[in-house]
Design a protein around this ligand. Structure first.
Ligand SMILES: [Zn+2]
Length: 224
């Protein structure tokens, strides 16, 4: 169900687009986002999961950390006002805009190996392999893959602690904007999964933009 957020300000309309790229279905992308710049990710067609890793560019051993992020947020489902914290508990990115509301922090990424484990299919590559390809361009690899954020995806947990990936509920044009709090390497796998419903069994293209000129308040944080 789509959650209500009626007073949502659209801050990035006032910003200058420095970079824009369409990421085809099932492919990967990476780029260093400079301190103060905004990375905007748009789900062009809807129901498309975007697996996401990030690293402090000055020392890429410092990377996104799910436990710090969800403990600070007080929820497993991220939205505007939440921060993507590192293992050193520094906020690498802050979510300043979000039309989806409730991005996953616990489901991790799909892979050739998990596709075999879960769906008994052979040789079907996933986000882990996309991450490896993207990270290789930066001299990085398997050790750099940690449990990632999944934008436009949900892994709902029931009252009896049951959980599973749900059908992608994002609609065409949904977007999330992340303001970099230092120079951050962002890595994306545009999820190729067709064995579960996170992409509604139809992976599609997304758009990434890098914006600058952010000068207004992101509004009150969801946390104290
Ligand atoms: Zn995936």
């Amino acid at each position: 169900m789509r959650r209500n957020f009626p007073d949502f300000p659209v801050l990035s309309f006032d910003m200058k687009i420095l970079y824009e790229k369409i990421i085809p279905a099932c492919s990967n992308w990476s780029k260093v986002i400079l301190d103060g710049q905004v990375l905007k990710i748009t789900d062009i067609h809807g129901s498309q999961a975007v697996d996401f890793l990030c690293f402090a560019d000055e020392d890429r051993q410092e990377r996104y950390n799910a436990p710090n992020t969800l403990k600070a947020a007080g929820t497993i489902a991220l939205t505007k006002g939440h921060h993507l914290y590192s293992d050193l508990a520094r906020p690498l990115f802050t979510i300043i805009e979000d039309t989806f509301i409730g991005h996953d922090t616990i489901g991790g990424c799909c892979s050739t190996h998990s596709n075999k484990m879960l769906y008994d299919v052979d040789g079907v590559t996933g986000c882990r392999e996309n991450f490896l390809n993207a990270l290789a361009e930066h001299g990085m690899g398997r050790r750099d893959i940690v449990p990632n954020v999944n934008f436009f995806m949900e892994f709902p947990v029931s009252e009896d602690d049951g959980g599973a990936i749900s059908t992608g509920r994002s609609i065409a044009g949904d977007f999330v904007s992340l303001k970099a709090n230092l120079n951050v390497l962002a890595v994306i796998s545009n999820c190729p999964q067709i064995n579960n419903p996170c992409n509604a069994f139809n992976p599609t293209a997304i758009k990434v933009e890098v914006l600058a000129g952010y000068g207004c308040s992101p509004g009150p944080s969801n946390q104290a």
